[in-house]
Write a protein that binds this ligand. Structure first.
Ligand code: PPS
Length: 313
């Protein structure tokens, strides 16, 4: 696939952004805190030309996006993993609202990511973290397929905390306690996780929406690969489903430079850190104090009460 963005471009932009301490600032669009550069293009993003055969992976960050986008991409390639492995997952699956500060893009004369998506052949798999109400309205009128992933918010906190430290984002430099305060508020980037989750949870029975849970993928990856392929309208053989399952195991995705985001994020230059950190359910138990756990349980109860959305462990 002919892409404007190469691995080297991506790495270089990440280095400029993070290593050279480009300021990361949050703006606000319709009450949702988003990176300032994203706010600037939100009107354009809202009028993005959606195609009926687009497949969207939508999540609150750190809920299992990279994992499920890789499954979706492999499924949409009919399980042709040789083809899949020819380009990096983050280039195959454009991150809809991702943009880089203009001075960084000017380095390479690059368009914003949604303009790259415009040029991609169908069927496209597109990633977004935007809350449902900010996605292009054409998604709903054209009934493009949306896979949405929910993860226990306690594990989400831990995963996001480490990620923001690693890439020197907004939450870097905060203690875990401070981070919980920030990420559990409406001031957090992408807004509150509960509003984000509930938008899709309430629409989970719509035919073009599939809501999955990180914990279920951990319990039964093969079963979820099959659910995803059926939802995307692909009748794949048992062998192909097995191969995709194998391709998407944590260890294989971590070891594969075409699926591990470290190579693009230049995170492999940061000693001891990796995007593919633990890949577990329940890792929060080694991070939360008893008091933090109690207050998180109270928040979950308050925000999700009466919605039918609960978390086991
Ligand atoms: S992002 O930045 O929003 O795209 O992050 P996202 O991909 O949603 O979440 C990253 C976490 O998902 C874990 N991950 C996996 N777990 C299990 N199996 C596979 N194959 C897999 N791929 C990614 C990744 O390790 C992050 O979780 P933590 O808990 O930090 O390890």
């Amino acid at each position: 696939m002919d892409m404007y963005l190469t691995t080297e471009d991506f790495r270089e932009m990440m280095r400029v952004m993070y290593t050279d301490q480009q300021p990361y600032t949050l703006g606000e669009y319709e009450g949702i805190p988003l990176a300032s550069e994203v706010c600037e293009i939100m009107d354009e993003l809202r009028s993005f030309e959606v195609r009926a055969d687009d497949c969207w992976i939508v999540t609150y960050p750190k809920a299992g996006t990279t994992w499920v986008q890789e499954i979706m991409s492999a499924v949409m390639h009919d399980g042709n993993l040789e083809e899949v492995n020819k380009s990096h997952s983050m280039l195959r699956v454009p991150y809809f609202e991702q943009t880089f500060p203009e001075e960084v893009r000017r380095l390479k004369n690059l368009p914003t990511t949604h303009r790259i998506a415009d040029e991609m052949p169908s069927p496209r798999v597109i990633k977004s973290h935007l809350p449902g109400q900010l996605l292009p309205p054409q998604i709903w009128t054209k009934k493009a397929k949306i896979v949405y992933v929910i993860r226990n918010p306690k594990d989400l906190m831990v995963s996001f905390f480490h990620f923001e430290q690693m890439l020197n984002l907004k939450g870097a430099g905060l203690s875990f306690e401070e981070y919980l305060g920030y990420r559990n508020s409406k001031k957090a980037s992408y807004g509150s996780w509960w509003d984000h989750y509930l938008y899709f949870w309430k629409r989970r029975h719509q035919p073009n929406v599939l809501v999955l849970r990180f914990e279920d993928l951990k319990r039964d990856l093969r079963g979820n690969v099959e659910i995803i392929s059926q939802f995307l309208g692909k009748a794949l053989s048992a062998k192909t489903l097995d191969d995709i399952t194998e391709h998407c195991s944590f260890i294989n995705m971590k070891n594969n430079p075409m699926t591990n985001p470290d190579s693009l994020l230049a995170a492999d230059e940061i000693p001891g850190r990796s995007f593919m950190r633990k890949g577990k359910s329940g890792n929060w138990k080694t991070h939360f104090t008893v008091a933090q756990n109690e207050s998180m349980d109270a928040l979950i109860k308050e925000k999700l009460h009466g919605t039918g959305l609960t978390f086991d462990h």
